[in-house]
Design a protein around this ligand. Structure first.
Ligand code: ZN
Length: 339
């Protein structure tokens, strides 16, 4: 194995989609804005509308995208070291002095060689706990922080992941904000919101656009292929988000190189309607098909990727932004729970 210092982001992306940001900067923005909302103040939700449904009712559950207080061009994408790629490169937790803190968050560990690799993961501080310290790639482990054990303040730590003989580990920056007396929130969601409810329509359809507009809200519309549907420029002009749904609507496993092509060519198509790559920030997995490796690849391009057939409410601090929970529209099995 060639042992080289880790780079962030992991590899030169074909089109330089993402660069890594300083988490400290994100936290400073959140705190400086006088953000005092509780992490658990409200739940977020992501749901999906039917691509074929044109009724307002069908759209009421809709999809979304709007995670991350970080700007679209500074997503905490993957980090690599040696043969490992680990995503995300940054985690943030928040809590109040003497109380618990935000829920667990996921860290994906993959390798792109032919062989599975034996990895070990360590933390630089005892208040960061991992669900596993060793394993084989690909793996997804959970990181939790014991905020109750920390005094008020901002605390930094590092999760290091490496394989035997590797000098420079892949590292994940961990920040925990513990507020002395008022709830403080890590700005996981855009504009410091505590959560979001979003609606999305797949497959290049524009179902629900009229109903959303009449309700004074906007949704997310995701396309396949490499050419945006005729209505997409107007949808973007009306304030809706345009996102990715891959070129070929694969609902099964494909190779890494194929997935990268599917993502990049599809983004290029969406940009024809948005006019800027910075507005294409979310993916909807076709048929909900994804795995750990897919999530790591997608994290280099998107702030979020919506899962499907989950039918659960998402956490205000999602464990995995590359597989956001959602509700199906009422006519698509498995059906969402009755309201
Ligand atoms: Zn679809």
């Amino acid at each position: 194995m060639t042992d080289v210092p880790p780079r962030v982001p992991s590899r030169p992306l074909r089109r330089g989609r993402r660069s890594s940001s300083s988490l400290a900067l994100v936290l400073a923005v959140a705190l400086g804005a006088g953000c005092v909302a509780a992490t658990s103040a409200s739940a977020s939700a992501a749901a999906t509308t039917s691509p074929t449904a044109a009724t307002a009712g069908a759209v009421s559950a809709g999809v979304a995208a709007a995670p991350a207080a970080v700007p679209a061009n500074v997503a905490p994408a993957a980090t690599t070291a040696g043969d490992l790629e680990v995503s995300p490169s940054q985690l943030a937790f928040a809590g109040v002095d003497g109380e618990g803190c935000a829920a667990e968050q996921s860290v994906s560990i993959v390798s792109w060689g032919a062989a599975e690799l034996n990895w070990t993961a360590t933390t630089s501080a005892p208040w960061v706990q991992l669900s596993a310290a060793t394993g084989l790639t690909p793996a997804q482990i959970s990181a939790t922080v014991d905020c109750a054990a920390l005094p008020a303040g901002v605390h930094d730590a590092t999760i290091s992941v490496k394989v035997a003989g590797q000098t420079f580990p892949a590292q994940v920056a961990v920040a925990a904000v513990v507020n002395p007396d008022v709830p403080v929130r890590v700005a996981t969601w855009r504009d410091d919101h505590a959560g979001a409810f979003s609606v999305s329509t797949d497959d290049g359809r524009s179902s629900g656009a009229v109903e959303l507009m009449q309700s004074g809200v906007r949704g997310t519309f995701v396309m396949n292929g490499t050419t945006p549907p005729a209505r997409y420029p107007q949808l973007h002009a009306d304030g809706h988000e345009l996102g990715s749904h891959l070129v070929s609507h694969y609902c099964e496993r494909m190779g890494r190189a194929t997935l990268i092509d599917e993502i990049e060519d599809n983004i290029d198509g969406a940009v024809m309607a948005t006019g800027t790559i910075h507005d294409v920030i979310s993916l909807v997995w076709p048929c909900g098909f994804r795995d750990i490796e897919y999530g790591v690849i997608a994290s280099n391009y998107y702030l979020s990727a919506r899962g499907y057939n989950i039918n659960e409410l998402e956490s205000p601090t999602p464990a995995d932004f590359m597989n956001l929970k959602s509700f199906n529209s009422p006519e698509h099995e498995p059906l969402p729970p009755p309201t």
